[in-house]
Design a binder for this molecule. Structure first.
Ligand SMILES: *Cc1c(COP(=O)(O)O)cnc(C)c1O
Length: 417
């Protein structure tokens, strides 16, 4: 049956999450399908930034570390984020970048294995993982030297064979940034642990996009971004979760003073905080950190079940419409069709994917491009409407049918794609 725009408008009227769009400031005439890369601006963020700058910083000055709760903010935000990833209170901190948090948990995992199974020195990951994950692992392996190395698999099916008795840790990204393919976290965690290794999950494309249950899966460590689906703002600090069973022995080399048991005792020797404070390193960017709350507050108005249901409806609709309206063109679905293997994005491959995405952006449909040939569209149920999906596909079809993507300006590449 052919889907019409009025059908999509009806679905928007029936959408239980429809009212949440009003909590975002979105520009007129833009269909934003890149919330998987940089989330949209929550309506509260500008006022909150103003408050942090003029009141807390301007008036409060240094008193705000106590009075405005700045010092405690990484833990407070961690508690607010925890339910979205199946973590408990006092298990998560919001701090630093995903890359630096990954360095911490990888180092902690290798340190743990060194105590219990010193022959385990291999980090297993995927060649298709987000590059920073692989680069951080390479950097740490080089630093440690002494036989530490990476073993990369080319497909999830290769994981069991890669988990030999030399493997210390498997570092997997739950939802692949390029394809949108999602792992079964509980099943893979069991497999990894049964092989004697520890499981680190990168949740950058999962938190706020799909339900995650870290404690249910019994995972060991997790890290992820707040500036993607969580709408924390450009470069907003990331988060770290450590399974409570590892908390007391968690050791990481970025042993800065914020992780110290008594930071203001100014002692010459490092003693890690007894609790989750030990995942911290140094002073945080408070203006940026404070805005993470504005994104998280919106999640408090709904739940991940409702978000997941709409996410699947949006991605199903997009796939169906593209396959209906763009069947004459060489666009190939890269994202799994199976719901339990799909995150909240849809990727299509086209040999001219880069130019087509630039042409879409020029028409107000913002997706993005990832090598090789992949057009990536993120669906954020908090603010994306079913009618947006219809309009985006109509514009895509027009660009393909007229060949308007082939203008010289759409082939020029900026520093960020
Ligand atoms: C976006 C993303 C990152 C980003 O790391 P930064 O340190 O914030 O630049 C890391 N890993 C994955 C899987 C990502 O998708």
């Amino acid at each position: 049956m052919t889907i019409t725009r009025p059908d999509c408008e009806q679905r928007d009227r029936d959408d239980p999450l429809g009212a949440l769009r009003q909590h975002f400031d979105l520009p007129e005439g833009v269909i934003y399908l890149d919330g998987n890369s940089l989330g949209a601006l929550p309506r509260q963020s500008a006022a909150r930034a103003q408050q942090v700058i003029t009141q807390e910083w301007g008036n409060g000055l240094i008193r705000s570390w106590n009075d405005a709760g700045w010092f405690a903010l990484p833990r407070r935000l961690g508690d607010q984020l925890a339910p979205l990833i199946g973590a408990g209170a006092n298990e998560v901190v919001v701090t630093d970048t995903t890359s630096s948090n990954l360095f911490k948990v990888l180092a902690a995992a290798l340190h743990h294995q060194k105590q219990h199974a010193p022959q385990r020195k291999i980090i297993v990951s995927e060649r298709s993982n987000f590059p920073t994950d692989l680069y951080i692992a390479q950097g740490l392996a080089n630093l440690l030297d002494d036989g530490y190395a990476l073993r990369l698999i080319d497909a999830p099916e290769e994981l069991p064979a890669a988990l030999r008795d030399d493997v210390a840790v498997a570092l997997l990204t739950h939802v692949n940034y390029r394809t949108g393919a999602m792992y079964d976290m509980a099943a893979q965690t069991s497999l990894i642990q049964a092989a004697g290794a520890l499981a680190i999950w990168d949740l950058s494309h999962s938190a706020g996009a799909v339900p995650v249950d870290l404690n249910g899966a019994g995972a060991d460590y997790a890290i992820g971004c707040t500036y993607k689906y969580l709408n924390g703002g450009p470069g907003a600090p990331a988060y770290v979760w450590v399974n409570p069973r590892h908390q007391a022995t968690f050791w990481q080399p970025l042993s800065g003073w914020w992780g110290h048991r008594q930071p203001f005792a100014m002692l010459p020797d490092y003693q890690p905080d007894e609790g989750i404070g030990r995942y911290l390193c140094g002073t945080q960017p408070m203006v940026s950190l404070a805005l993470v709350q504005c994104g998280l507050d919106i999640f408090g108005k709904t739940d991940m079940r409702a978000i997941r249901a709409k996410s699947l409806a949006l991605t199903d609709l997009f796939i169906e419409l593209v396959e209906q309206h763009c069947a004459d063109f060489p666009v190939t679905l890269v994202t799994p069709r199976a719901h339990d293997m799909r995150g909240s994005q849809v990727s299509f491959e086209h040999p001219q994917g880069f130019a087509i995405v630039q042409a879409l952006i020029a028409r107000g449909v913002i997706g993005d491009y990832r090598e090789p040939g992949i057009m990536r569209f993120g669906f954020t149920p908090l603010y994306t409407r079913f009618a947006d999906v219809w309009d985006a596909v109509a514009i895509l079809r027009e660009i393909l049918a007229t060949g308007s993507w082939d203008r010289p300006e759409f082939h020029r590449r900026g520093a960020v794609t």
